[in-house]
Write a protein that binds this ligand. Structure first.
Ligand SMILES: Nc1ncnc2c1ncn2[C@@H]1O[C@H](COP(=O)(O)OP(=O)(O)OP(=O)(O)O)[C@@H](O)[C@H]1O
Ligand SMILES: [Mg+2]
Length: 355
């Protein structure tokens, strides 16, 4: 849908903003662009609607080079939302929304219906807000109007440059939900710039992480978190790994207290209320002992993750598993330890589990 091929941008003063940019953004995709300040995010966006011209390489929309489009048609077909929404202060909300549809010569009734429909979509009651001026709206409401103004003439592409960064966390979350909902309903291709990795992962089908004019990694949020390409990516995204992805040796007790040697077992030298892993005197795993009875177990390697360990527990039916490293018994993992660990890593905000 939008394709960058070998794109470079050097500003007239010699600043190299984009070095070598190759990227394909798919139709209906929400791609978040993220990276440190000055890495070239805004420049990338502005090249899509030709507010900035590349110094080398080409950009295509639907297979056609940008240069081949009539510039006005191109811009009408691309909604653009900026960090500081610049609504026209002397116009009402409805008039602001109507700007591009009017240029496109839509009929009055059509424009009015469209404005009403979009306002309802973002939860602003048209009968209350349609005739208000921007100064009579809250920051979050102005931002919403900015978003729907960009959508009014039904553009195929929506560019959003840090549209929510001036907002408080609650309005921000609300608007993120709106964008997700809008994208599902109207299937726009959206390029969304943000500084905030949580926003990037919450919104993006894919995340494009940039640094110093280059793409470092483009992947789904999950892949970026689980398989960061290098230490830059790892540092940028921080510790976003889900507790389910933690290796079991972090959770397991690596003390020998739950390992029962054969000799101790035969001598009855253990607490029959507890679960143990029975090992031969030379450290080989034999079985589990629960309520004094022997049961088969499966060994789990130390790098297995918590999610996989849960399914091993389901399959074996024991409440304790032996953890091995290079086939050597290094500790034990109990169901209780897993539960305690997961509970400690789970955040509950307003009754909603967030991790
Ligand atoms: N008109 C310009 N003339 C010269 N240099 C510019 C111009 N616009 C941007 N730059 C430079 O190009 C580089 C990339 O800027 P850009 O605005 O694309 O970064 P950004 O990733 O959007 O940063 P931020 O997160 O701070 O918004 C920066 O070094 C910036 O100083
Ligand atoms: Mg910017």
């Amino acid at each position: 849908m939008i394709e960058f091929k070998g794109v470079q941008k050097t500003y007239p003063d010699g600043t190299v903003a984009i070095k070598n940019f190759n990227l394909e953004i798919k139709e209906g995709e929400l791609l978040t662009l993220i990276g440190p300040s000055g890495c070239g995010k805004t420049t990338t966006m502005k090249m899509i609607n030709r507010l900035v011209e590349p110094t080398a390489g080409d950009i295509y929309i639907n297979g056609k080079q940008l240069k081949e489009y009539n510039i006005h048609e191109l811009r009408w077909n691309i909604g653009y939302v900026l960090q500081q929404i610049a609504l026209f202060p002397h116009m009402t909300v409805e008039e602001n929304i109507a700007v591009v549809p009017e240029m496109k010569k839509w009929k009055k009734k059509e424009i009015h219906d469209r404005a009403k429909e979009l306002m309802q979509m973002v939860g602003m009651e048209p009968s209350i807000y349609m005739k208000k001026k921007p100064s009579e709206l809250s920051g979050g409401q102005q931002q919403r109007v900015g978003v729907i103004r960009a959508l009014a003439a039904d553009p195929q592409i929506l560019l959003m440059d840090e549209p929510f960064s001036a907002l408080d966390p609650i309005s921000r979350e609300g608007l993120q939900k709106d964008i997700r909902k809008l994208q599902k309903q109207i299937k726009k291709t959206i390029v969304f710039v943000t500084h905030d990795i949580d926003e990037a992962t919450a919104l993006g089908d894919r995340i494009c992480l940039m640094n110093a004019g280059e793409i470092i990694q483009v992947d789904t949020p999950q892949k970026l978190i689980l398989e960061p390409r290098d230490s830059f990516v790892r540092n940028f995204i921080g510790d976003k790994k889900s507790p389910w992805q933690t290796a079991v040796d972090i959770v397991a007790s690596q003390t020998v207290s739950r390992i029962l040697t054969q000799t101790a077992y035969e001598e009855g030298n253990f607490d029959s209320e507890q679960a143990y892993i029975l090992s031969s005197d030379d450290g080989q795993v034999l079985c589990a002992v629960e309520h004094g009875k022997q049961q088969n177990v499966m060994e789990i390697p130390n790098d297995m993750n918590v999610l996989e360990a849960v399914s091993v527990f389901e399959n074996t039916g024991t409440s304790i598993l032996p953890v091995t490293k290079n086939n050597e018994l290094i500790g034990t993992l109990t169901q209780q330890e897993l539960l305690t660990y997961l509970a400690s890593k789970t955040e509950v905000k307003n009754g909603v589990v967030t991790q």
